[in-house]
Design a protein. Structure first.
Length: 125
């Protein structure tokens, strides 16, 4: 299964994502903000990144853009997981390298399907 980096400033969301995806056999590493996630990414490779948009220190779209600048993350799938529904923000995320969008509140089944879909698209599932 996949090694997944999940980034969200809300501890409840991190726990929910981790618990949901671990039931599917994935290894889930959680970070509470984009700066910490970026630091981790510079040292460790993962198969998938899931990030919130609205976080302190580094917003999700900026995290996506910076991850894409790390050679090992050039082709790693990235999902945005957020309450944000503004089409302009979605387009900006896509323009900066996001591969998909999962709307909060999290429904476990929808999260699993989104992760499975993107992992399959990238030949990781």
């Amino acid at each position: 299964m996949a090694k997944i980096l999940a980034v969200d400033d809300a501890v409840v969301m991190r726990k929910l994502v981790k618990a949901t995806l671990e039931t599917q056999g994935h290894e889930v590493i959680t970070m509470e903000d984009g700066l910490k996630a970026l630091g981790y990414a510079r040292k460790e490779a993962v198969d998938l990144v899931i990030t919130d948009q609205n976080m302190p220190n580094l917003k999700g779209v900026t995290l996506v853009k910076r991850l894409r600048q790390i050679p090992a993350y050039g082709k790693v799938p990235i999902l945005m997981l957020t309450t944000e529904s503004d089409e302009a923000v979605k387009q900006k995320a896509k323009d900066n390298g996001a591969d998909g969008w999962v709307q909060k509140p999290i429904v476990a089944e929808r999260l699993i399907k989104g992760v499975d879909r993107v992992l399959s698209k990238f030949g990781l599932h």
